[in-house]
Ligand binder design. Structure first.
Ligand code: URP
Ligand code: ZN
Ligand code: ZN
Length: 459
């Protein structure tokens, strides 16, 4: 059925205009005032409301075997949670570990999403070792539409690559036109500091941050930047958490290194005192890089407003209370991750736009458009234009609510942002012209999400 979103304020990176949006066959075909439409059209009145392009989360974990357990969401639960929160596309980290075959891993990750996700999705392919088959396999994966890679400088002996493997990955990525995303922490230092702290009897979650201090992240970020500089590859630092690492990334950018930066929701809103809470409450706030000292947050917000932090993702990675308790005797065994797929847009709108830290256009850019541009999805995704997919979020700015595990759709028994107020939420969310969400309820079609094939980009 054709769709008309009538009389909303259409917000894109470059403009705010009041107009109607008409979509048929999944695509926006007309934008204008007082559009005439066929009688069978589904009409949504957006008078007085902003209409945003569907939001894109560039960093999520749905299927993830990690730290002796599995992240809790499936593509059914994760995509519904995403859509209720206004995210119409996510990019999942495909993460086989060093002992797995990369191509088999890629097929496995694809099979977990196929016909299950209610929103569209893509993958970043993790390169967790570089062996003789790797080049041929990555060529096949890029040809299949996955034109971005992921490397971990952390997680020694599991996901982590050494400098030689990082060099080979970047050099190949440059030739293939793939952007390389990177988790930047020095694995050796983390391992040594963990051992030192444990030997001193420091076993609680409050020691997670001291085991991976800001300098360890800054070193990883700087090393990644140096390798980008010397290979000519294009890179994207994931979940950058602190000012020290930001300065290193921006210094590299200012000397011409092709480096982009993502920070994730927890680092803007939560600080290390959350992980210092006693017992399992602290464990719920353990992720890597860790939550940092509060003063970092102002630096992240300022860089985000200026556009030098490109995107806001979530690093969505749900482990429930029982799983977090795997680390009750040692912080090194606490499964790392804080979920946020459902709350990213509303919290960014509330804490960013409503608190005057971000203007509305930059909000759209950081939470949708920039990721679409960096990862080969633009202009199909990330904007509202004739020819783009009709992924639209009609936003209710009058809504007031409180984040709570009791009302969430993410498959977890707590919420790291519990109790935070939100001042707005999606009223209608469409994916390729189909209404999937109305006022906090999923009313759409499960399993209609598609894997988005992306062309290489020679930046
Ligand atoms: O703590 C985190 N970030 N968990 C997920 C894995 C990763 O490093 O992205
Ligand atoms: Zn990571
Ligand atoms: Zn991650």
């Amino acid at each position: 059925m054709p769709l008309l979103i009538r009389n909303g304020e259409i917000v894109t990176v470059g403009s705010r205009i009041r107009a109607d949006i008409y979509a048929e066959n999944e695509i926006i075909t007309r934008i204008g005032k007082d559009l005439e439409v066929p009688p069978n059209t589904e009409v949504i009145d957006a008078t007085g409301k902003p209409v945003f392009p569907g939001f894109i989360d560039p960093h999520v974990h749905i299927y993830l075997p990690f730290m002796a357990t599995f992240a809790k969401d499936t593509h059914e639960s994760g995509s519904i949670a995403a859509l209720i929160g206004g995210t119409t596309t996510y990019i999942e980290m495909c993460c086989p570990n060093r002992n797995d075959d990369a191509l088999e891993g890629y097929q496995l990750w694809k099979s977990k999403a196929d016909c299950k996700s209610a929103c569209d999705y893509a993958f970043h392919m993790s390169v967790t070792k570089f062996v003789k088959e790797t080049e041929a396999q990555l060529r096949q994966i890029v040809a299949d539409g996955t034109a971005s890679f992921k490397i971990f400088l952390a997680y020694k002996n599991f996901f982590g690559v050494d400098d030689g493997e990082m060099y080979q990955t970047l050099e190949l990525a440059k030739r293939l036109g793939a952007i390389v995303t990177a988790h930047c922490e020095n694995a050796e230092l983390v391992a040594r500091l963990q051992q030192k702290l444990l030997a001193e009897g420091k076993t609680g979650p409050e020691w997670h941050e001291p085991s991976r201090p800001e300098s360890v992240e800054a070193e990883g970020t700087g090393r990644f930047a140096t390798f980008l500089e010397n290979t000519g590859a294009t890179g994207y630092v994931v979940h950058l958490s602190c000012e020290k690492a930001l300065h290193v990334a921006l210094a590299a950018k200012s000397r011409g290194v092709k480096i982009h930066v993502e920070s994730v929701l927890p680092h803007f809103l939560l600080d290390k005192t959350f992980a210092e809470r006693p017992g399992v409450e602290g464990m719920k706030h353990v992720m890597s890089p860790p939550l940092r000292a509060k003063h970092n947050q102002a630096g992240l917000w300022n860089a985000l407003a200026a556009g030098s932090i490109d995107t806001v993702g979530t690093d969505h990675c749900p482990f429930d209370t029982e799983q977090k308790l795997l680390g009750k005797d040692s912080f090194v065994n606490i499964p790392n991750g804080i979920p946020g797929i459902e709350d990213r847009v509303n919290l960014l709108y509330t804490q960013g736009v409503k608190r005057g830290r971000l203007d509305l256009n930059r909000f759209v850019d950081a939470a949708s458009t920039r990721a679409a541009k960096l990862f080969g999805l633009f202009p199909r995704k990330g904007t509202i234009a004739v020819g783009s997919d009709a992924d639209l979020v009609v936003y209710d700015t009058d809504y007031r609510g409180t984040i709570s595990a009791k009302s969430q759709h993410v498959n977890n028994d707590y919420n790291g942002f519990e109790g935070m107020e939100i001042e707005g939420r999606p009223s209608v969310v469409t994916v390729r012209g189909n209404v999937q969400v109305r006022d906090g309820k999923f009313i759409g079609e499960g399993g209609r999400g598609r894997m988005l094939k992306r062309e290489p980009s020679f930046f």
